[in-house]
Design a binder for this molecule. Structure first.
Ligand code: AMP
Length: 356
């Protein structure tokens, strides 16, 4: 059963909210942004307090809670409630704690936890994105129908691990592990753009791209650096590498900052709007930051292969703002925008609209 963190708000001292997240992924950005907006911060660490925070004093949380392992978090919930903790989820947080445990976590959480089943289940994710009007890579039901390169994704595979490319049925048969459920997608050739949005249901329409309720902002865009695929050509073509037993992998190791051609912006807002509007009907809405992972083809068409319904690590190059947030408010990172949203919601008495 999903816990509704809003039930704790009457017991909370709202003037002393503490922003907490797991020490990983985009936590430096989240703590830095929270501090800029005047919040206390708390880092949830596993095993020990990570030493690397010493090196970044402006992003170091005010205090830490140390867990034995990720499964230990529910045992610390009372202590965190007493500190008026609001949790900011990020990809690693949800993945390490586990979707089910995260849904049950008895703490107010920024964003709608009801989105989790829609991201976890690839069929549901596909239904949502199609309802939003997005173009997805073609889906191949029967591997015998592979006539062009495909990417095969095992269910639950994350961060680019557990994928392989196949060019035909024979290659698929040679590589597949039939014991695991999988999805076969067209491998889209083009340039990858990971689009970072922030949707506020409580903002004035004048503060962003006008929506049915509130406003949508386009914060930034990145491209992931993925090993070994992104530099595999240093040794030869993928076919040559496979011939000597080296398989391409898509493991994310970093992120590049980017801008996208201005003529694509109308489509970017249209896609973001579709995702937000369709989410209201399906599961009660998506708000806060989210990311569409896309490939733009040489026909300038976006094909969306994934959605991430919270802050992504691709926002990390933009701690001091991006070429897009400079047109909204200079110096605005996504981490800071999240803290700002909490601050505005608190002032307007609307915390229950952005926490679950
Ligand atoms: P994901 O875990 O779905 O974000 O995918 C990991 C990486 O695989 C992406 O960052 C892309 O580089 C690549 N990828 C995933 N799906 C596709 C696709 N349909 N076509 C081309 N590349 C893809």
């Amino acid at each position: 059963m999903a816990f509704d963190g809003r039930s704790l708000l009457p017991r909370y001292d709202l003037d002393r909210l503490t922003i907490a997240t797991l020490c990983s992924h985009s936590s430096l950005q989240i703590f830095h942004g929270a501090r800029q907006e005047g919040f206390r911060t708390l880092g949830i660490a596993v095993g020990q307090i990570p030493r690397y925070y010493e090196a970044f004093p402006l992003a170091r949380p005010d205090e830490f809670v140390v867990l034995k392992d990720h499964g230990d978090l529910p045992a610390k919930v009372r202590e965190l409630q007493q500190k008026n903790v609001v949790v900011i989820p990020h990809g690693s947080f949800v993945e390490y704690v586990g979707t089910d445990r995260f849904q049950e976590l008895a703490l107010p959480t920024f964003g709608n936890r009801a989105v989790l089943p829609w991201e976890k289940d690839r069929a549901k994710e596909k239904a949502w994105l199609e309802k939003a009007g997005l173009t997805l890579p073609k889906h191949v039901d029967d591997p015998r129908d592979i006539i062009a390169p495909v990417i095969v994704k095992y269910h639950g595979a994350k961060g680019g691990k557990g994928f392989f490319i196949a060019r035909n049925y024979h290659e698929f048969k040679r590589k597949i592990d039939e014991t695991q459920p999988y999805t076969i997608q067209e491998f889209v050739l083009g340039t990858r753009y990971y689009l970072h949005y922030f949707y506020s249901p409580i903002a004035d329409a004048s503060q962003g791209y006008r929506m049915r309720k509130g406003a949508l902002q386009f914060m930034s865009v990145d491209r992931r650096d993925e090993t070994n695929i992104d530099e595999a050509n240093r040794l030869g073509s993928i076919a040559e590498l496979e011939a000597i037993g080296i398989q391409p992998t898509f493991v994310v190791t970093g992120n590049f900052p980017l801008v996208i051609r201005e003529s694509l912006l109308p489509k970017i807002f249209q896609m973001g709007e579709g995702v937000v509007e369709s989410s209201w009907d399906l599961f009660g809405g998506i708000w806060g930051s989210f990311c569409l992972e896309t490939v733009v083809t040489d026909q300038l068409e976006f094909k969306v292969f994934e959605i991430s319904a919270r802050i992504v690590a691709g926002t990390n190059p933009y701690i001091s703002g991006s070429p897009y947030t400079d047109f909204i408010e200079p110096g605005m990172s996504t981490g800071r925008r999240i803290a700002r949203e909490l601050k505005i919601a608190r002032e307007k008495g609307l915390l229950a609209e952005i926490l679950t």
